[in-house]
Ligand binder design. Structure first.
Ligand code: FRU
Length: 495
């Protein structure tokens, strides 16, 4: 009875909170909760032909609190439908929240594997975390396993910081990785099971050498091409020049994994997204064999002016991953997102000569694809200014610094609460810098250089700052293909 009540209570709180949510930063085509707080994407899966995404959710306020799992689904990765909250913390082993985790299809039973969180001493950061499961046959209503937690205690190599299980099947076994730490060494540990209930501990898959963070959160592990990739979100990597600028990072290591010896030999940690707001990414593989990633489009402790409007947090667009021959992950928006295009906007610019060109476009939801030709470039900087106002006091700049070959996003004038510049060094194969930009009411996602340089940032401009400009400084740059589309608001459409 108690469990039903907690879910109903949460739904009711959400219904009331929804009434108070105000509009100006609400996103038009990204996953958000109806109201309240969200962080990590959880349980990404294609189940019975539909894409399901769960997320860490606090339906009772716009601040982080005892974690629930919110839930949306979609037939096409573009149009999302809210479903009832899937998990609420009802049991002693998860009394302080149902933390992040993953989902598998166990012969038609949608099985969520998540972390039961207990704060032993929150001030001292002492936690007692365990791994739990919940199952559903309709993909909507979940029953927690009576035998939870299925892994009640961390191994010797870990500690009570023991969270974010990601499970997958290989041949006839299930495998699980979990993020943990021992003192100040972040790591990912590996388990194996026949039935998702009894788990055998296999050892450490990968760990920090002392410079790559004190805790590794939200691991994901998969084969891509002939390689294995471990994605994770390390806490505690020191900033190094322009690298590792955010409070915490999200990145990957590429290597070779042998299921017989359980050895994973791997290379350097590389960041996955260079913007201000990208964390806790998770992936799924779909029935087209695509490896699709979705991240939390925020960062812990970032300014979130939407809290004044009763909500906080959103997820990134779904991105298809691929691995280049030199061991880098490229991320590109899934092709289904073309369905968002409502109208193509005609624009002819073939050259920018030490000027800012006002396109006359005034829109909140845009997709921009542009090729800057670098062959004869004489400008030392060029790019696009988004969400500009008339006197230049508000703008978000997506630019390219020619001498350093760095792509950047500059939020110094991007609206309420935000600031800072993030940069990403571009290594071009040919002489064209292609940018593919998705602009939503309070977010920008820049995919450049075939998905090798991605920058994701939240912005909070004034509703009247709607201009779009192209600029070049101290010289010229030529433009090849240029396409701009006004995009649909999927949430307004579904009302
Ligand atoms: C990552 C994280 C996870 C944890 C969850 C709690 O952002 O800290 O490690 O499970 O958020 O909401």
């Amino acid at each position: 009875m108690l469990k039903v009540n907690k879910l109903q209570q949460a739904e009711e709180a959400l219904r009331n909170a929804k009434e108070k949510v105000k509009g100006c930063y609400r996103l038009g085509y990204h996953i958000m909760a109806p109201a309240g707080w969200i962080n990590d994407p959880n349980g990404l899966i294609q189940f019975k032909g539909e894409y399901h995404v769960f997320y860490q959710h606090h339906p009772y306020s716009e601040n982080w609190g005892p974690m629930h799992w919110g839930h949306v689904k979609s037939k096409d990765l573009v149009h999302w439908e809210h479903l009832p909250i899937a998990l609420a913390p009802t049991e002693a082993y998860e009394k302080d929240g149902c933390f992040s985790g993953s989902a598998v299809d166990d012969n038609g039973i949608l099985t969520l594997i998540y972390t039961g969180n207990i704060f032993v001493d929150r001030e001292k950061d002492i936690l007692d975390q365990s791994q739990c499961i919940a199952t559903s046959t309709d993909g909507i209503h979940f029953i927690k396993e009576a035998a939870n937690p299925v892994i009640s205690k961390h191994p010797e190599e870990g500690s009570g910081h023991f969270r974010d299980p990601k499970v997958w099947k290989h041949k006839d076994h299930w495998y699980m990785i979990v993020g943990t730490r021992k003192e100040d060494i972040g790591k990912v540990i590996l388990y194996k099971s026949k039935d998702l209930r009894q788990w055998e501990y296999l050892g450490v898959l990968a760990e920090s050498d002392g410079t790559k963070g004190y805790m590794w959160e939200c691991p994901d592990f998969f084969e891509i091409g002939v390689k294995h990739v471990l994605l994770f979100s390390p806490q505690g990597i020191e900033a190094e020049g322009e690298k590792y600028q955010n409070l915490f990072q999200t990145g990957y290591i590429v290597g070779d994994f042998n299921y017989d010896t359980l050895e994973f030999s791997y290379g350097e940690f590389q960041e996955l997204d260079y913007g201000h707001d990208f964390y806790a990414v998770q992936t799924l593989i779909d029935d087209h064999g695509r490896r699709i990633a979705i991240g939390w489009m925020d960062m812990w402790e970032s300014p979130m002016p939407t809290k004044e409007h009763g909500w906080a947090g959103a997820l990134t667009l779904p991105r298809e991953l691929s691995l280049t021959s030199d061991g880098k992950i490229a991320m590109n928006p899934v092709s289904e997102l073309e369905k968002l295009r409502e109208k193509s906007i005609e624009l002819f610019i073939d050259k920018i000569d030490n000027e800012s060109i006002d396109t006359g476009i005034k829109e909140e939801l845009l997709e921009i694809k542009v090729d800057f030709l670098l062959k004869d470039v004489t400008a030392d900087e060029f790019g696009i200014k988004l969400r500009c106002n008339h006197d230049g006091t508000e703008e978000t700049v997506v630019g390219f610094d020619v001498p350093s070959f760095k792509l950047f996003i500059d939020r110094e004038k991007a609206g309420k609460g935000v600031s800072g510049v993030r940069k990403s060094k571009v290594e071009l194969k040919e002489g064209t810098l292609s940018l593919h930009i998705y602009l939503d009411r309070s977010s920008v996602e820049v995919f450049a250089n075939d998905g090798l340089n991605v920058l994701t940032s939240r912005i909070y401009p004034h509703t009247s700052s709607l201009g779009l400009q192209f600029y070049a400084k101290n010289g010229t740059v030529h433009i090849g293909d240029l396409n701009v589309w006004k995009l649909k608001d999927i949430w307004k459409e579904s009302k």
